[in-house]
Design a protein around this ligand. Structure first.
Ligand SMILES: [Fe+2]
Length: 314
């Protein structure tokens, strides 16, 4: 598989950064994120693994100690309760880096994606996550994805793979359970690219970028964080707790700008309820049960109408 292009040389050259983004759909920066902030975040992942008994108490890297993996969950409520990523993006050098590179103040979408991928035998898993675009089911939501390795991620550990340059082809469709472009042919094999990722690197890519996650066939856990940034000057979602909901409208305490917002719901609102690994489509008749008052939700709007209404991703 071909290597990702590195864009580190272009930092400070906005014209070149823009050219790379438009042509390739991503920036891959080497050794740019503050090490101390990364280490504090990594320590929280490591503490979680130690608590699970999956790595030794004195381990500095997430090397599996051979204990059964059955107790390792697919979600990490401790990291959610600690607000680990929210603390990370508030660290001054991290905040400054992302605001400079994305040229705006940022609103980070309320979605936890603490990736902690256990090692599995080669014959058990090729893929961790299948091919998809993060914007596929999020109509009206504007954001860039920032994928941050928290340990050295070699080919054996897997990690993210991008279909570079394929972000200009619109949205894929799900056919027989797989995401594919139905127009213009399949994604060419020579588009797929990855890298050996290291602490300090960040991969930023657009929501139209097809990507997937390789399985982990190494001797250790793969730990990474992906977070989603929206520019404050662009369209922002409505996000917060449901105050009231019925089949025709939802009222949300909007944490984005500290307001209370009522949006109408109709047959064209894309409704999703709680589900793993992703929120599941639901009907208007189900919405008040699936997303009752007190639920943390995310919505996009077209005037007073909700385009999407879904749970926040925790
Ligand atoms: Fe994704």
């Amino acid at each position: 598989m071909k290597p990702l292009l590195e864009s580190t040389y272009a930092i400070g050259d906005r014209a070149e950064l823009t050219r790379i983004w438009n042509e390739h759909g991503y920036w891959f920066f080497r050794n740019v994120l503050d090490r101390d902030a990364l280490q504090r975040l990594k320590d929280k992942f490591m503490a979680e693994l130690k608590e699970l008994g999956a790595i030794d108490a004195d381990a500095a890297e997430p090397i599996w100690n051979g204990k059964p993996l059955d107790a390792v969950p697919s979600t990490f409520t401790t990291l959610h309760q600690l607000h680990a990523w929210q603390t990370f993006v508030k660290e001054a050098p991290i905040k400054a880096f992302f605001e400079e590179i994305l040229e705006d103040e940022l609103y980070w979408l309320p979605m936890d994606y603490y990736r902690l991928v256990a090692p599995r035998p080669r014959d058990k898993v090729e893929l961790y996550i299948g091919n998809h675009q993060d914007g596929m089911s999020n109509y009206g939501l504007e954001f860039e994805i920032c994928w941050i390795p928290l340990t050295d991620i070699t080919e054996a550990l897997g990690g993210i793979v991008l279909a570079t340059g394929q972000h200009k082809r619109g949205w894929m469709e799900i056919i027989d359970g797989k995401a594919v472009f139905t127009k213009g042919g399949p994604i060419p094999d020579d588009c797929w690219a990855r890298a050996d990722y290291h602490l300090g690197d960040v991969l930023i890519f657009c929501k139209e970028m097809p990507h997937y996650g390789l399985g982990n066939r190494s001797d250790r856990f793969r730990i990474s964080l992906d977070i989603r940034a929206a520019r404050r000057s662009g369209p922002l979602p409505v996000a917060g707790k449901v105050l009231h909901i019925a089949t025709d409208a939802v009222t949300i305490r909007n944490e984005v700008d500290d307001t209370v917002v009522t949006l109408t719901l109709d047959a064209n609102t894309f409704l999703r309820g709680p589900g793993r690994p992703n929120p599941v489509p639901i009907t208007l008749a189900e919405v008040a049960t699936a997303l009752p008052a007190g639920s943390d939700v995310l919505a996009t709007r077209d005037g007073a109408r909700a385009m999407i209404l879904r749970p926040q991703m925790y």
